[in-house]
Unconditional design. Sequence first.
Length: 337
Amino acid sequence: MMIGNVEIARGAILAPLAGITNLPHRLLAKEAGAALVCSEMVSANGLIRKSEKTLRILESHEDERPFSVQLFGADPDIMAEAAQIVESMGADIVDINFGCSVRKIVRNDSGVALMRTPELAESILKAVRKTIRVPLTIKIRSGWDASGEQALNIARIAEGCGVDAIAVHPRTASQGFAGKADWSLIKSVEKTVSIPVIGNGDILTWEDALRMLQETGCDAVMVGRAAIGNPFLFTQIAAAMDGEAPSEIGLDRHFDMIRKYLRDSVEYIGEKYGMRMMRSRLAWFIKGYPHSARFRESIKLLSTEAEALERLEKYQGEVRAFLEERGRLAQSGTDKN
């Protein structure tokens, strides 16, 4: 697929996730097979004020290219200036958020609030498109009601303003992440515009990704929450799209990935803050494993990288012993039969 002049490889796209898709997380997804990765939401206002925290979000690495940066804001001139800064700092694609339904974002007329102010949305898109040379994309929701009319209207406006692709998360503003995504809206948007449409929402497995492509006709799929603790979902989706049978990810490979994320995070933000973050984030990666509650309890007071690695090593051994014992019991039952 081409987004403007940027070629996107076969596979799923990592959705922008506030507070999650920082550089270490994006590198993890890219290594696992993500076709495109996107930054956390970046405040256009914070960017032009040269906020250190905001500028940090834009730090990138050659290994994650192509790299998309998502902006949010409601002032056309500020958004255009911010997009120019993003482009100058090396982003391959600029994305504008039309989907965030968090109250403080909506209260400032940003995010999904733009879907009920099409004139402002159009002004922003025209201002940004005129300012940058790299591809421009947007990510939208269904809108403020389940009809999807606002999504179709914004999609038409976007195409008319020179937007290069649209990602559609077919839930309403009030739904947040609750309820079920209405994939039929993705199909409607795909039929409405000629630019690439990216489907997003309720992709939990590689089978879901293929089913979305088949049912909606979208050009690509985007995965968010399901890949937070399981970046190998990108590996499986890429294999399935190539017509291969996705393989199970082994225990050692999974824990090697966790250790890489830990080390990269410490290198990126330092040990002190990194360990505070790991107290909750390491738990993302062990969901579904035996005795996970005990592991979560053991990392509540992490203070050093060495301590975290020791806890992971110990827990990996416990999981291996559990799985081996279960295998022996299963084999014993088979032998008896």
